[in-house]
Structure formats: C-alpha cells, structure tokens
Design a protein around this ligand. Sequence first.
Ligand code: MZP
Length: 496
Amino acid sequence: AQYFNEVSRTFNEYLLIPGLTTKECTPNNVSLKAPLVKYRKGETPSLELNVPFVSAIMQSVSDHNLAIELARNGGLSFIFGSQPIDSQVDMVRRVKKFKSGFVVSDSNLTPEHTLADIIALKRKTGHSTVGITDDGTSNGVLMGVVTGRDYRISRDSLDKPVKDFMTPFTNLVVGKLGITLNEANDIIWDNKLNSLPIIDENRKLQYFVFRKDYDDHKENPNELSDINKKLMVGAGINTRDFKERVPALIEAGADVLCIDSSDGFSEWQGETLQYIKKTYGEDVKVGAGNVVDKEGFRYLVEAGADFVKVGIGGGSICITRETKGIGRGQATALIEVAEARDEYFRETGIYIPISSDGGIVHDYHMVLALAMGADFLMMGRYFARFDESPTRKLKVGNNYVKEYWGEGSNRARNWQRYDMGGSENLKFEEGVDSYVPYAGKLKDNLDITLGKIKSTMCSCGVLSVKELQENGKVTLVSSTSIVEGGAHDVILKDQS
Ligand code: MZP
C-alpha cells in the first residue's frame, strides 16, 4: 500500500492566531462573498454566494422551505435527490416561484381581522408579507401590508385588529411592472410610503418594493426586476438516472446541480460529468464529490466539475469510517485538496471552488475551514436544527429536538449515494437516524453565526474569505491546550 505519513486531523485540533486588526477591520466591513462555480482568472464567477454556506443534499435538511429561507439570507440549498424526479422538480419550482412580499390573492382578510388571523395565513403560505384589501379579495382596494417585522413586534397583541399594525397606503398608490428603481423611489418618497405595491397590466398585485430595497440598491439604479429577482437553488443528482433527472431539474429552473455521493472518485461520476458537459456545455453548472485527496480532485475537475466537495466520513450522522474503513480527517483532506485547487489555478488560470462538507460542530470550525482553503461550507446538522428544516420537532425529556437522519441510513435508503454498481438497494447502513437540539429560526441563528465569523475574521485582521485564505495563521493544538481553552480550575455556578 501507499502510506500517507501525515496524521489525518480534524478541525478540533487547530486554532487561529490573531493578525493585526486595523481600524477599518470591523465586522460591518467584512465580506463573506464566495464563488460557487469555476471561473477564469480575471473574470467573475457566474454564480456567487453572499454567505459561504450551502445546506446538505439530505432528506432531513434541504426541502423547498429551508431552500427559500437560506437563499433569502445569502446562502443556497441543494434540494435532496433521494426522491422521485417529479417531487424534486416540484420543490425546485416552489423556490423559483417564491417572491418576498408576494401577496395572497383572495385571502378573505380585511383590516378588521385580527393579527392572529394574519399570522396563521403567513404561516400557512410562507409569505413574508401579506397585502390587506378592504373586502379581502384580490379585486378589493389595497389598504396596506403586514410584514414579518410587524408580527414580531406584536406577539402579545394577537387579538387586536390588523389595521393597528399594517403599513397603510393612505391614497392608493401603485407602481406598474417595469418601472425603474428611480421611478419607484420617487413614488415612495413623494407619497411618504414605506412600501410600494407593484401591479401587472391586469391590475394584479405582483409584489412590493420596500424602502429598504431601494436603500440597498440606490448605488445601482437598474430595473426593479434586479430587487425581486428569483431566489437561487441547487439540486442533488445521482449517477444512475441523470439522463432523466438533469433535464427535468434544468427545466424547473435549478441554478446548479451537484452529484451526491459519499465517494466521488469514480468512473460513474466521471461519466455523469462528461455527459452533462457534452450535452449542455457550460450552460449547466454541476459540482461533484466527495473526495479527500489531490488525485480525486484532479479526476473530477478534468471530467468537467464546476466545484468539488471534500469530505468522507466526517458528517455527524456518518458511520462510513466505522463500516468501511474509508475516510480522512476533514482538516487534512481539506488542506490537501485546497493545495490541489491552487496548483490547478496556477497551471491553467481556472479557479475551481471547493466545499468543505460535513463535520462542522462549532462556529469557529467554519472560520478554520475557510482559512484552510474552503470556498464554501456544506452543512447538514447545523441546518437540521431550525424551524425551516423538513423534519418533526419533538420533545424528548425536557428538551425540544428535531429529527436528523443520514442519507445512508435505513430510513433514507439513498442507495444511489453509496452505489458501487450492481444491485439497486442499500446493502448496509453508512448513516444513523438521530435527533439534534432544536434551535429556532434559521435567520436568528445565522445572524449570530455570521456575527461570530466576522468578529473572528477581524481578530485575524482580514476583511474577506480570500484574505483569510491567504493571510490567516493556523496552529495545531495539543490535547492539553484544548482543556486549557475551556473554563477550567473553577467551580461553575450554574451547571444547568
Ligand atoms: P454534518 O454537517 O451533519 O456534519 O454532515 C453533513 C454531511 O454528511 C452531508 O452533506 C453528507 O456529505 C454527509 N452524509 C449525509 N448522509 C450521510 C450518511 O448517512 C453522510 N452517512 O455521511
């Protein structure tokens, strides 16, 4: 056998060392923008993430609800592929159809209804904003809007009429589809509106433009359709039914695909990539993986991968290392593949983003993974804990939990992910069925996580992921220094 003499290490074995924090280096100035797909030197990638997180291609993580919420917050979900093509296509379509502020037609809600009625409707439909008409029908006169913010403020006032909370349109002011951002702004300011309803030629309400949208875009006064652009979504595929699944997903509007496998260094993936690139050229973006070394990375890139996922056996629900003896410590795998990515870039001028997949436990692991060269992170456990994930919330003992199961568990039976050719079934389990602590809303948690990441990056003296990769200082730690890093040699007052 060939021996890898370096010990295979995990994120827990590393820490970051501070760099000079300049006065400009504040969390507000930190950008977490990341490339999602390959690009040539000097060009910008055709797909980018504002937040370098994608959610795992798993039944218990990435359905349309999580995808909508994550995309609205700057990341991206890969809708799970271990389901029939038509139901996966339906989920992709739901994400593409989503428009924030889209109004519910014929909701039967008038300004006299209670806030509780509005909240029930918002929960049922998933809309962030509801338009209220005088007679509750889509033909009625629009009286105002209720947004998520109103709902949060008024949690204790559920039986009050909604007119007390809505943003009213004193005179009915409507913008038409196709007006420019500057025109919208003029109407908003002239009429002292917080938001402007936009109607189509049939006078049907399409969406609202909020003053915040304008503020976010005032530097770039393009058409209003830049503001209400469709959300991005990805989808998992496999190496068996790709000739049927890929066209259906593309037709549904999927922005990017990813071949989902626990071991991606295979001719199956090579063939799938070649087929997609031969059929669609560079119009269809497809990632591949997972690999844990240079050889695997090169193989997938040469077959046409637009990004490569790194990691075998590090997932929280994964028992591949125990059952098959295959895998590599996530940090070591990532460092080696990042080197291969940089080497490939030097040789060809083509940058292939890499994703660190699985094994992120603490928020600081995210910063370490980025510093070690990951362009973005794929996470399952992290997202499974939130309201928006597809699984049941249960009370176990005194704690709320959510269900979370691996794609290689008997529950998911995603045999294609573990396919080595041969029969079409899951021969043995490589994943477990588990619970994770319930954590509330995605946005609330993400805000805290991003705040921590930005603050750590400021300590490192860097303002972007690229700078972190180039200038970050990473050190190995001994097991005794890990003990030193927690509270020690004190008696904690509150153990609960
Ligand atoms: P984590 O974020 O929960 O630690 O890991 C999520 C990753 O674990 C997924 O993106 C996928 O690569 C991997 N996974 C999913 N199912 C299994 C399994 O059943 C698995 N073994 O390893």
